[in-house]
Each structure stands twice: as C-alpha cells, then as structure tokens.
Ligand binder design. Sequence first.
Ligand code: HEC
Length: 191
Amino acid sequence: MKKLIPFSFLLIAICACADNTSQQEEEFQQQASLKIKALANELKQALSTSMQSGGPVAAVQTCKLEAPKITHALNDHLVIKRTSLKLRNPDNAPDLWEKEILASFEKKLASGTPIDQLIHSETIKTKNSTTLRMMRAIPTQGLCLSCHGDKQTMGEDLANALEESYPNDLATGFQVGQIRGAFSVKQIIEN
Ligand code: HEC
C-alpha cells in the first residue's frame, strides 16, 4: 500500500505534462458523461417508482437488487460503477485512485467549488496499457435522506432493513448538499 501511493502520484505527474486532450480522450469523456447521465436517470427512476409504490422499506430491496443490475447492464468497453468514502455496499469500494479523487472532491467542495462542477478526468499510461478514467460527484438530495440521513430519525423498520442487508453500513448521517459518493467510469486500452 505504502509503495503504491508515490507510484500513483508519479503517474498523475506524468499525465499532467502530456499534450492537449487527444481525440481518444475526448471521445471517452463524451461517452463517459452520457453513461453517467444514463445511470443517474435509471437509478433515480427505479428509486422514485419503488418509493411511491412501496415506501422506503420496500425501496431498500429495490436498491439492493436492482441498482447493481442496472449498473452492470450499462457496461460495454466503458465500465461504470458508483463508489463512496462512506460505503453502504462493500462491493462498491473505491480503488486507490478513486479514493484520492473522492478526497480531492471533498476538499474542493469545502473551499467553495459547486458540487455539480466536481468532475475529474485523467489518462493513466503504463508500458502495457492506457486507462481513461472519469469521476463525477453525486450530491445528497432531500430524496436520499430517508435512507442515507440520520439513523436515529429513520423509522425502526427501515433501520432494521438496512441493518439486515448492510451490517457494516457507513452511508448514513448525510445532509443535503454533501457528497454522497461518485460515479466512476473506466476504459482500459491495451497497447
Ligand atoms: C430506499 C432507500 C434508499 C434511498 C432513498 C437512497 N438510497 Fe442510496 N443506497 C441504498 C442501498 C440499499 C444501497 C446499496 C445498494 C447498492 O449496492 O447499490 C445504496 C447505495 C448507494 C450508493 C453506492 C455507494 C454505497 O455506499 O454503496 C450511492 C452513491 C447512493 N446510494 C446514493 C444515493 C443518492 C444520491 C440517493 C438520493 C438520490 C440515494 N442513494 C437514495 C438505499 C437508498
């Protein structure tokens, strides 16, 4: 772990020196933005429908079963996921690079950058591959608080449903306007 951190900084430093955005990077960024929008819309729709028909306790099951399916279904040569520094589902854990970007988003938000401008793209080149990456922050909205807000004020049924499926849940206690997590898109091109 300790060895990896300076190495990733080195890679970032190399990329920062690279020339203008290549056509490949531009194409990736366009496709990644579209994929993020598609996933955001699909998840929101599934969540709202389920909240309206069955309330938050039923919607936990929808999130649990449908969110990973909806996410995987969008994958092609670009792979998308959601991640966070405060996870609910351990399958969504950030890798080292994602952790660094999430931490940088927190810093930027604290120093006044509007949350909808927290987007980061980067190209990471190694001897054998080029990895194109993009992350976009996911803001906490009012709708999210029933399941990601204060655990004390959550109904007992909901708290129990979350506890049962996610015994190590860290994704509560959020407030509107905070960063709930981020979308992360990656394309690996073998050289
Ligand atoms: C009905 C309860 C519920 C509501 C409302 C809800 N979520 Fe979640 N959320 C979950 C569950 C359950 C998971 C874990 C499922 C999974 O693997 O994606 C989750 C996972 C996530 C994740 C993936 C990272 C992690 O911690 O595993 C993000 C990001 C997220 N939610 C953001 C939001 C946002 C933004 C909103 C509001 C627009 C929201 N959620 C509303 C229940 C909910």
